[in-house]
Design a protein around this ligand. Structure first.
Ligand SMILES: [Zn+2]
Ligand SMILES: [Zn+2]
Length: 153
């Protein structure tokens, strides 16, 4: 029996979380890990208790939906809420983080970002990551590959 590799396992988790997204513009999922253990997860969605974009449509301002909290932020805030340290942690995201999330990820002490898809990769975000010494790497994610594991089990 072949064991699933950690990269596939955590990236699959982020893709599962993305399926819970409530914003129709982009489904993003993020998983924060430490020593190969999941410490938090998030997807892009509204503030708890607020209406969802999937029900009411997006709340657009200057070309952005202002209703949602991004997946990476939701994962970081889950750690904040529960008092879990993100220092030297790793984050697996379905898409390259936006500039604001990149800044928060760096500031939270996360040292490694694995992402599956490029998404408007911001020049300044890349500059900040390089300067902060945060390792960022695109890793391939193939749902078919994951499905094969599940179907064989
Ligand atoms: Zn929206
Ligand atoms: Zn973001």
């Amino acid at each position: 029996m072949k064991r699933i590799q950690w990269h596939d396992y955590f990236m699959a988790q982020s893709h599962l979380l993305a399926l819970r997204s409530t914003c129709t513009r982009l489904s993003v999922g993020a998983t924060i890990t430490k020593d190969n253990r999941i410490i938090a997860g998030g997807y892009n969605g509204s503030v708890s208790g607020e209406v969802h974009c999937i029900d009411e449509g997006c709340l657009m301002e200057d070309g952005h939906c202002i209703r949602t909290i991004h997946a990476e932020m939701n994962a970081l805030l889950q750690c904040a809420k529960q008092g879990v340290s993100t220092e030297n942690a790793t984050i697996y995201v379905t898409h390259f983080p936006c500039l604001n999330c990149t800044k928060s990820i760096i500031q939270a002490g996360i040292k490694t970002i694995y992402y599956a898809e490029d998404y408007h990769n911001h020049d300044y975000a890349i500059k900040l990551l390089n300067r902060a010494g945060v390792h960022y790497e695109k890793i391939s994610f193939n749902p078919q590959h994951i499905a094969e594991y599940l179907l064989k089990a």
